[in-house]
Ligand binder design. Structure first.
Ligand code: 4AD
Ligand code: MG
Length: 477
């Protein structure tokens, strides 16, 4: 008997021929009804072990999370909510699970509790759905760029450059811990180097991406990036995945158009291919929000929100316009912001971004043309001499999901900017070569993969959309 996955089996009609399934027990009721899950769907297969047909010693071992191989016939089900069930002929225990020790019970656990047993949380419906959606989004991302003829470039993880100039980097060292020379008092002079060169884990693949784009035309990266920010928020990880397309001959508007089309495409892909998971997650979110006071609940359900995003243009406005809206908002007047609006030039905090998307526009927003001094050195100076051709995309419930810009392609302007911002130009000689040898207008952006997954799944905490979150003090497994 060839093994068949439960998702496929549940779509079949009852039949004479026997089938075999394998999976993990979710529940076992009345010494007779097994709910089996194999990870292909959240819908469990009901297996009937007819009374008197199986040894008591075997039935005792059918406990939550034991793994089974079951062969039997698919018959019409009398139970509600399922068309078919499996009448078992042979039940084999593949692996026992001690119910006294297994930490997951067939009941609802809090996400906080599940985070502490992240090695087992794949076995819950919520996380199975989240990670199937994560997979689908990753696949859709490659599909989108492949269809447009972009080339996937693998940029280095260990690098000497600080692409963002923000300094939040993890240093790399080649010193094996055991051989680290000790001082007399036992302390170590920690040498941070990569075979004699100072390096760090990459914060972004953008600069290398620009090298490829200014030859291949349109490229994208999709890899892990690292930020040593010691921040405990629901939006930050020390290790997160980023998608960074980079395109020669694009200006800021082309860049924004691509980003909007890209986000809509991957949302649509998941809606078309993971409807069951999204329905499950939508219901989970609605249940969770029932605990909240009325004014804290979302106006739209998850599916409704995604459909709304697909069917509406993102709002586009300048940083300057945003500051005006914020300064004149009731929120600001009633001093509801933790950081009051001090005027043009200030950096926007996430509370401001969320006000714009959630309270004012109520849809995704593309903010453009930020003051040069609050953005990275590589962004293109606008004609006003004050702002750069930057764009951030803000999403309801999340805040910033995309950061991007048209890049400064004029060598003299770029060099002056680097000097002003204390970015060492000698170290970036290879980057500057693109501006020396056939420079072209170009642009790109970075989408935070986990923030995108949060948006699509409705999961509130970024730690719940990556299998093994790296956050301060959290790196055990
Ligand atoms: O805005 P950021 O820092 O932009 C860059 O790194 C550019 N080099 C991108 C580019 O133009 N190619 O980061 C881009 C996105 C943010 O908008 C956010 O979604 C996500 O990456 N991000 C994080 N996600 C999780 N945890 C963190 N600590 C993040 N920092 C940024
Ligand atoms: Mg940013």
């Amino acid at each position: 008997n060839k093994r068949i996955k439960i998702k496929e089996l549940l779509q079949q009609e009852p039949q004479e021929q026997e089938v075999t399934v394998m999976g993990w027990v979710r529940t076992f009721r009345n010494n007779q009804f097994i709910a089996l899950n194999d990870g292909s769907t959240n819908t469990n297969l009901q297996i009937v072990a007819e009374l008197g047909q199986f040894e008591e010693s075997l039935l005792k071992r059918i406990t939550t999370s034991a793994s089974l191989k079951v062969t039997g016939t698919l018959v019409p089900s009398l139970g509600k909510g399922q068309k078919v069930e499996l009448k078992a002929r042979v039940i084999e225990i593949l692996g026992d699970s001690d119910p006294e020790k297994y930490p997951l019970q067939p009941k609802k656990h809090s996400l906080e509790f599940l985070r502490e047993i992240a090695h087992l949380r794949f076995r819950t419906n919520t996380f199975a759905s989240v990670f199937r959606v994560r997979h689908a989004l990753a696949f859709a991302i490659h599909k989108f760029f492949n269809e447009k003829g972009f080339v996937y470039i693998h940029t280095p993880i260990i690098t000497a450059s600080d692409a963002e100039g923000a300094g939040e980097m993890f240093r790399v060292t080649t010193l094996p811990f055991d051989n680290t020379p000790r001082n007399e008092d036992g302390s170590v002079d920690f040498k941070e180097d990569f075979f004699g060169k100072s390096t760090n884990l990459t914060v972004s693949g953008q600069l290398e991406g620009e090298l490829a784009a200014t030859a291949l035309g349109e490229i994208y990266t999709f890899g892990p990036t690292f930020r040593a920010e010691n921040s405990n928020t629901t939006r930050h990880l020390a290790e997160f995945w980023m998608i960074e397309p980079e395109m020669a001959f694009y200006d800021l508007e082309d860049n924004a158009n691509l980003a909007e089309a890209f986000i809509k495409y991957i949302i649509k892909y998941v809606m078309d291919h993971n409807a069951e998971d999204l329905d499950f997650l939508a219901k989970r979110l609605a249940d969770e929000e029932k605990q909240l006071p009325q004014d804290k609940r979302s106006e739209m359900g998850l599916i409704e929100k995604l459909e709304f995003v697909l069917n509406n243009q993102f709002e586009r406005l300048t940083y300057t316009e945003a500051i005006d809206i914020l300064a004149n908002s009731n929120y600001n007047k009633k001093k509801k912001f933790q950081y009051p609006i001090t005027g043009w030039g200030m950096d926007l905090q996430s509370e401001h971004e969320r006000y714009l998307v959630e309270k004012h526009f109520k849809k995704p927003v593309i903010l453009m043309n930020y003051p040069a001094q609050i953005k990275a050195f590589y962004m293109r100076m606008n004609d006003d001499g004050k702002t750069v051709a930057a764009m951030d995309i803000l999403a309801p419930g999340i805040g910033e999901i995309v950061g991007g810009s048209q890049r400064e392609e004029r060598l003299d302007v770029l060099l002056k900017k680097m000097k002003d911002m204390n970015v060492p130009d000698e170290e970036l000689w290879w980057y500057l070569d693109t501006r020396r040898f056939g420079t072209v207008p170009h642009a790109g952006f970075g989408l935070g993969f986990e923030r995108m997954i949060q948006f699509v799944t409705g999961m509130n905490n970024i730690r719940d959309v990556i299998p093994f979150p790296r956050t301060p003090k959290n790196a055990e497994f």
